[in-house]
Design a protein around this ligand. Structure first.
Ligand SMILES: NC(=O)c1ccc[n+]([C@@H]2O[C@H](COP(=O)([O-])OP(=O)(O)OC[C@H]3O[C@@H](n4cnc5c(N)ncnc54)[C@H](OP(=O)(O)O)[C@@H]3O)[C@@H](O)[C@H]2O)c1
Length: 346
């Protein structure tokens, strides 16, 4: 476990990266994304932050609170429902018009509703899309900007998806997108495993960028807001009993920011000649983490809430058995299919 004072000290050194870091928080209007966004704004010099979600009044509140945290920071809201990939593409185009580089991409879009398969006009389940396809699409679309961030000072580029690293389960390869066999548990299992597998795939293909999938533990957020009334009621009654085991808002934001920036999780091949290309330098005695392919410092990481490395053996087995490659190809196939659907819709 990484001690909290180590986390704070590392985050405070983010100022050494200089002014004008650019970050995108998809799902930053509430909960873990909001907490991480605030930690980023607080610890950086004149950051430019894009905040994506649907809730404009939450975004207004966060923008005002961020001004109090760092008056030189700029936070801009882009309203979008990213359960559709066309919206992901629109947001990315908007960012590409405004920025040449993105240093940090943090994704927390999701919900805990108990609805069954909820198919969008793009033919994909919306929860599956929030947890996985939209996240992979954001990464894919923004790779040119992440690459630019890795090749221009301070040579710092990272992508973090926050979901459930460490809870990987087997994928039904006959129905990867769960078109015919959807239920909430399978959706969680497939999207968790697929996020984990993609960390290693992206890390090898983009060796100057770090790709992490993290688990936040239990955090008191707005994630239950789309549950039915009886489930929200039950949670309200039970929450006080479990509160001592929750990770607090500030700690969550600071820890996720640490996962996103520390030299414990360097890219496979950090740019030469930059003191921070591998991340914020590690305190003496701390070791570089083992990647999701089982190799130290390999650029794709599965990180537990406390900074430790997590992930089931299944992730390594799936890489050896070619399942990871199958998921990569499946994802590219889904993107092509949805592009055609959207061209026809347009
Ligand atoms: N909280 C926990 O204990 C916990 C534990 C394990 C894993 N997780 C995972 O961590 C992630 C973040 O959870 P959280 O607890 O921070 O939840 P949260 O407070 O509900 O935040 C979720 C964020 O996703 C955004 N979002 C949801 N649907 C969207 C859509 N269709 N389009 C655009 N944005 C959308 C929400 O923004 P808008 O409402 O503005 O759209 C919000 O900013 C989720 O994937 C969750 O499953 C959470």
């Amino acid at each position: 476990m990484v001690a909290l004072d180590v986390v704070h000290a590392s985050n405070a050194r983010l100022r050494e990266l200089g002014p004008g870091l650019v970050a995108l928080f998809v799902g930053g209007t509430s909960g873990i994304g909001e907490f991480t966004l605030k930690a980023f704004v607080k610890n950086t010099i004149s950051p430019r932050v894009y905040l994506v979600g649907r809730n404009a009044s939450a975004a207004d509140r966060i923008i005002e609170e961020c001004h109090g945290l760092n008056k030189d920071g700029k936070v801009e809201f882009i309203k979008a429902d990213v359960s559709e990939l066309a919206e992901v593409d629109r947001v990315c185009k908007e960012i590409q018009k405004k920025e040449k580089a993105v240093n940090l991409l943090v994704q927390t879009q999701g919900n805990a509703n108990l609805r069954g398969r909820d198919e969008s006009p793009e033919g994909l389940d919306r929860k599956f899309t929030l947890n996985y396809y939209s996240r992979t699409r954001f990464i894919s679309n923004l790779l040119p900007l992440l690459r630019t961030a890795s090749t221009s000072p301070p040579n710092f580029a990272r992508s973090v998806t926050i979901l459930s690293a460490g809870s990987e389960r087997a994928i039904n390869l006959d129905d990867i997108e769960l078109k015919h066999t959807f239920n909430g548990m399978r959706c969680a299992n497939h999207t968790t495993t697929m996020n984990s597998l993609m960390t290693a795939e992206f890390a090898v293909k983009e060796p100057s960028i770090t790709f992490s999938h993290t688990f936040p533990s239990v955090v008191n957020t707005g994630v239950a807001r789309e549950l039915p009334w009886w489930a929200r009621g039950a949670l309200k009654v039970l929450t006080p009993f479990f509160k001592p085991f929750f990770v607090g808002a500030d700690e969550t934001g600071q820890r996720q920011l640490f996962h996103a920036t520390s030299g414990m999780y360097p890219p496979l091949k950090p740019a030469a000649g930059s003191p921070v290309a591998a991340g914020i330098p590690l305190p003496t005695g701390t070791a570089i983490a083992t990647g999701s392919d089982g190799k130290v410092g390999s650029g794709g990481y599965l990180v537990n809430w406390n900074g430790d490395i997590t992930g089931k053996k299944l992730v390594i087995d799936y890489q050896a058995e070619g399942v990871s490659k199958t998921i990569w190809e499946h994802t590219q196939g889904i993107f092509e299919r949805v592009e055609k659907i959207n061209e026809a819709r347009a």
